[in-house]
Design a protein around this ligand. Structure first.
Ligand SMILES: [Zn+2]
Length: 141
């Protein structure tokens, strides 16, 4: 298994652990829905599912934006927050996974590189991303 994938699995694992602890500590069972989604992505990353790659990139980017806004709001309010440390760690984890998913070896793991022209500019060819289409040469793989 490639190093960026191992790093993503470790980061996701830490994130899932923190969320489970948070769900128990704050007694918010709604966090468990988030844990469920994270577990699906964790399994998807492990087996190299293209949907996990696509959703993993999207969700880590969205969560990074919301976390950054949250951190900014805490700083702007000038109040101390016990959530700040956790938020900053979550932000770093999110952006790290996003960056790791962009590496060449991660793209090889998820088979999202065109076999004909080696372009990384691809899109899903069906709803579940079982096949991908190269935007450059129209090759379906
Ligand atoms: Zn191509």
């Amino acid at each position: 298994m490639k190093k960026p994938i191992i790093a993503v699995l470790v980061l996701l694992g830490i994130g899932i652990l923190f969320d489970i602890i948070g769900a128990v500590y704050f007694k918010k069972l709604s966090i468990l829905i988030q844990v469920g989604i994270e577990l699906l992505i964790f399994i998807g990353v492990y087996v190299g599912n293209r949907l996990a790659w696509q959703w993993g990139r999207l969700l880590t980017m969205i969560s990074f934006v919301f976390i950054a806004l949250g951190v900014f709001a805490i700083f702007a309010s000038g109040k101390d927050s016990e959530n700040l440390g956790g938020l900053i760690i979550s932000g770093i984890v999110s952006i790290s996974i996003f960056i790791l998913f962009r590496t060449k070896s991660a793209r090889e793991h998820f088979e999202v590189i065109c076999p004909d022209c080696s372009s990384t500019n691809i899109k899903a060819n069906d709803f579940l991303f079982r096949t991908a289409k190269c935007k450059k040469c129209d090759c379906i793989f």
